[in-house]
Ligand binder design. Structure first.
Ligand code: GDP
Ligand code: IMO
Ligand code: MG
Length: 429
């Protein structure tokens, strides 16, 4: 039995999808436990590139079963279209291969409209959400007024519930935000169709996992978003509305404490963020274009879900140390080392300066990072192209030094280094 977790150690988009795809080779079940289609996970296998939003990236490995846990919020329209796209790409998707927790929550067009209206109303203070309805859906969950996936099993009452829900949201849209109401009846009709299509996939993920672990199967939990977007532990209020950190796995899948083995934190070799909020090591101008790319390559830093350019900066070891602590990471997977080739010198933020003092750790968590000035350490860059490197010993010494410096700054081993998006562009250390 193995129960391993892959979690984002930064602000999302660390390359979790590609790491999960790799580790899924050894897993029987791959399970998403939080978030919804705000996530965009890219997996490149040969000529094919998959962009997954709801279905775990592990399903690209044909022997796995993909699970959508109770901690998720699911837009049925997005899920069904993702299933279709995967089928067209040759991935088998049927109720034996994909199971959805009865306790996951449903996202509706009402949630999406509210997300948009609330962002508009915030004006300058907007969060920069993906506008996928994530916040409003988790709002309804916490307010105990949400609709859960189990509702699709009673198709007559499901349509009525959706209609009543949209009518309630319409009151908010019109009265609070001066936004146009939705057509509740047509949404209800549309959702009745989704219910018929999704009912065979809905089941009890928690029990399924308990039985799987009991019989010695191997489970991989696939994080979405990242540590610094966690509702409690992230850069609040510029966060998402769920618990992407590793403890969210237990709640979001219904698995007891004490079952987990490896907790793998995925981090880029530099730092990115999409949306608003603090980013102490952010760089601008030419330096930013150098790290972001211009959009010519599929891996350039433009959001998988929204296409927005990602903000970029130097690796922040203070925030990475924090991620190690709140997740209980056991190891790191370092992605996009190839992007640093030909950059000299390289910089890593090893501390924050405040009141003439250099701090190694955050005094009050990561919500307000404005008083801090990053303290950088410079390391020599390398010129050798690492794209084809597959063995640690073949990395240029400066690249080895960069990876080893990260290990010593955060006190954890880097077990995987990726040097390109393709499945085999990985160095096992
Ligand atoms: P996720 O949300 O954490 O799964 O990450 P995304 O898929 O949103 O963003 C990561 C991007 O980087 C994708 O376009 C990947 O194909 C790409 N990628 C992952 N690892 C590497 C790498 O080592 N090098 C390069 N050049 N691209 C990578
Ligand atoms: P993956 O799984 C990067 C960000 C949004 C915004 C904030 C809140 O691909 O790493 P939300 O729509 O969740 O209410 O937006 O969170 N965000 C992500 N950023 N990667 C993601 O997912 C994200 N999911 C949400 O940009 O700043
Ligand atoms: Mg992503």
């Amino acid at each position: 039995m193995a129960f391993n977790i892959v979690v984002g150690a930064q602000w999302g988009d660390e390359g979790k999808g590609r790491v999960v795809d790799l580790l899924a080779a050894e897993a029987d079940y791959v399970a998403r436990y939080s978030g919804g289609d705000n996530a965009g996970h890219t997996v490149t296998v040969g000529e094919q590139t998959f962009k997954l939003h709801l279905i775990p990236s592990g399903v690209i490995q044909p022997h796995t079963v993909g699970l959508l846990g109770n901690g998720m919020v699911i837009n049925p329209a997005v899920l069904l279209s993702e299933m279709e796209q995967l089928r067209q790409a040759g991935v088998v998707i049927n109720p034996e291969r994909v199971r959805i927790s009865y306790a996951a929550h449903v996202i509706t067009p009402g949630h999406r409209a509210l997300d948009k209206a609330r962002e508009m109303a915030r004006g300058e203070d907007k969060i920069g959400t993906t506008q996928r309805g994530i916040g409003p859906a988790y709002n309804d969950k916490a307010a105990r007024s949400g609709i859960r996936m189990e509702a699709v099993l009673s198709q007559e009452t499901f349509a009525d519930a959706i209609e009543a829900h949209i009518e309630k949201i319409n009151q908010q849209l019109t009265a609070l935000y001066n936004a146009p109401p939705l057509d509740a009846k047509s949404v209800a009709q549309e959702y009745a169709g989704y219910a018929r299509a999704l009912a065979p996939y809905v089941g009890d993920v928690s029990t399924l996992l308990a039985e799987a672990l009991e019989s010695g199967k191997s489970v991989l939990a696939e994080g979405a978003q990242g540590t610094l977007l966690d509702l409690d532990h992230g850069t609040y209020p510029f966060v998402t509305s769920s618990t992407p950190t590793a403890p969210g796995v237990l709640v979001g899948l219904g698995v007891g404490v004490g079952k987990t083995n490896r907790v793998i934190g995925v981090t880029k070799a530099f730092q990115t963020r999409v949306g608003e909020g603090p980013f102490p090591t952010e760089v601008f101008g030419d330096a930013a274009i150098r790290l972001r790319g211009t959009g010519d390559n599929p891996w350039d830093e433009f959001g998988t879900t929204t296409g927005r350019p990602r903000r970029v900066g130097w690796l922040d070891a203070v925030l990475l140390r924090y991620a190690v602590r709140v997740n209980g990471l056991t190891e790191l997977a370092l992605t996009k080392l190839d992007i640093l080739t030909n950059l000299d010198p390289l910089r890593i933020c090893m501390g924050y300066k405040a009141n003439g003092e250099t701090l190694e750790n955050l005094p009050l968590g990561p919500s307000d990072l404005s008083p801090f000035e990053p303290v950088y350490e410079e390391l020599p860059g390398w010129e050798k192209d690492v794209w084809e490197v597959r063995e640690w010993d073949d990395l240029p010494p400066q690249a080895q030094e960069y990876v080893q410096r990260i290990e010593s700054l955060v006190g954890l081993p880097v077990k995987l280094v990726s040097v390109g998006p393709e499945r085999d562009q990985i160095i096992q250390c």
